[in-house]
Design a binder for this molecule. Structure first.
Ligand code: HEM
Length: 132
């Protein structure tokens, strides 16, 4: 046996897997920035509504296109992810949930809850429009 066999290995780029806590942390920042952009779009939509029927129709056409709906779907998920992870942050601020198994469990809860809430919101939205 070579003397180098039992040496600890440094993370290898091709086999390194992101820990869930790292992914949720990065996603919190990405969704936070995304929500800032989404808020600007919301302001545009409100201004268009106040400016009159023609500009509102343009805004509706833009946001109602498939690209617009895809973006709105993304923003819906960003809002729910950021909201759920924000509640997770509040628990941490209160000193709860720092054990690694708990951090992993709450991370999965945030990911799953954000997906379920996003799909539910869109199903309810389409149902309210009478499409479903
Ligand atoms: C449209 C609404 C929102 C916008 C635009 C927004 C935006 C942001 C941005 C830009 C950050 C900084 C990300 C970073 O630098 O890492 C952030 C962090 C944070 N947000 Fe929001 N946010 C929104 C809603 C919320 C809500 C509803 C909650 C709570 C339920 C929340 C909780 C937090 C927390 C706890 C952090 C700090 C996370 C940390 O310490 O790393 N945010 N948000």
């Amino acid at each position: 046996m070579a003397s180098t066999d039992n040496r600890p290995l440094s993370p290898h780029l091709q086999i390194y897997r992101w820990p869930l806590s790292m992914l949720t942390s990065i996603l919190n920042r990405v969704t936070g920035v995304g929500l800032t952009v989404g808020t600007l779009v919301l302001i545009y939509w409100l201004i268009a509504a106040a400016a009159g029927p023609e500009s509102f129709a343009t805004a509706q056409a833009l946001l109602g296109s498939w690209v617009g709906r895809l973006l709105l779907f993304g923003w819906t998920w960003a809002l729910f992810f950021h909201l759920c992870n924000g509640i997770r942050h509040m628990a941490w601020d209160a000193g709860w949930g720092f054990e690694i198994p708990t951090i992993d469990a709450t991370g999965w809860i945030v990911v799953l809850a954000s997906i379920v809430l996003t799909v539910t919101a869109w199903v309810l939205g389409y149902a309210a429009m009478g499409v479903l």
